[in-house]
Design a binder for this molecule. Structure first.
Ligand SMILES: Nc1ncnc2c1ncn2[C@@H]1O[C@H](COP(=O)(O)OP(=O)(O)OP(=O)(O)O)[C@@H](O)[C@H]1O
Ligand SMILES: Nc1ccn([C@@H]2O[C@H](COP(=O)(O)O)[C@@H](O)[C@H]2O)c(=O)n1
Length: 237
């Protein structure tokens, strides 16, 4: 992920975890607090799933997924305050969060060639970034995308806590259906990537009994403990 030959290589904070554990909201808040960039890797998988659906195809059809991936003009920045996601010149920022995309996204994520393609894009986006550091979050960040990151965290919470948080976000949706969809996605995704157990060297932050601010503080404490003094010197706050 980083290029050791250049001083400008961003320092990576890698965060994994299951659905609804707080990866995106907590990572974004940590990035804002420290003046870091923020990369939401799930957005790329979601945008590709949206792209497949727009072409009238099914994400269970691997050939259709590969055809869509071969023509996938994806755009995403690292500013934690600008979450714009583009496919070509279409703003898909809101559309990729719709339940129809959440229900289809695991289909694209299980295609090995897709994972290679998006992981290459993630590494390139981070390497080309002007940020001193980037918080990168997703299912396989500590193990596949940035296994050498100086700070690697598995952010987790009990399944019922995660389901309740997600249901709280989706007002008007049936809470038990939301919980079932979240657990179904975890089950499908965990057949591809293990984000439920921490790999060696990965710190676990369990937010089951923490509120949002306490979870941010727990992640900041891990960064302070694991990042070198030089890396800490890149912090804004
Ligand atoms: N410690 C916490 N206490 C209370 N609410 C939290 C906490 N952490 C996260 N949340 C809330 O839980 C919800 C789910 O968080 P978030 O979307 O960041 O999870 P995620 O891991 O990125 O999920 P997914 O992988 O499904 O995208 C959000 O509404 C977020 O504000
Ligand atoms: N590193 C990643 C990130 C995401 N996925 C897949 O994308 C889906 C959506 O991710 P969110 O974080 O936005 O919920 C997720 O369910 C995975 O299927 C992935 O495989 N690897």
């Amino acid at each position: 992920m980083t290029d050791p030959s250049t001083d400008a290589a961003p320092f990576i904070v890698a965060i994994d975890g299951p659905a609804g554990s707080g990866k995106s909201s907590v990572s974004k808040a940590v990035a804002r607090r420290l003046g870091y960039g923020y990369l939401d890797t799930g957005a790329a998988y979601r945008a590709l799933a949206w792209h497949v659906l727009e072409r009238g195809a099914d994400t269970a059809d691997e050939d259709a997924v590969l055809a869509a991936a071969a023509d996938f003009p994806f755009g995403q920045g690292l500013d934690p305050d600008d979450r714009l996601v583009l496919v070509g010149d279409v703003d898909v920022t809101a559309a990729i969060r719709e339940p129809r995309v959440s229900g289809a996204v695991s289909g694209v994520a299980r295609v090995p060639a897709v994972r290679v393609q998006v992981n290459d894009a993630f590494r390139r986006i981070v390497a080309e970034s002007a940020y001193p550091a980037v918080v990168v979050e997703g299912r396989d960040i500590t193990t596949v995308v940035a296994p050498d990151a100086p700070v690697r965290i598995l952010l987790t919470a009990a399944p019922e806590v995660r389901a309740a948080r997600r249901a709280g976000e989706l007002a008007g949706h049936d809470a038990s259906a939301v919980a079932a969809a979240l657990h179904r996605r975890d089950a499908t995704d965990s057949a591809v990537v293990d984000f439920l157990t921490a790999a060696p060297g990965v710190e676990v932050v369990d937010s089951s009994d923490l509120d949002f601010d306490q979870t941010i503080d727990a992640v900041l404490a891990v960064i302070r403990r694991l990042a070198s003094p030089q890396q800490q010197g890149t912090h804004n706050g």
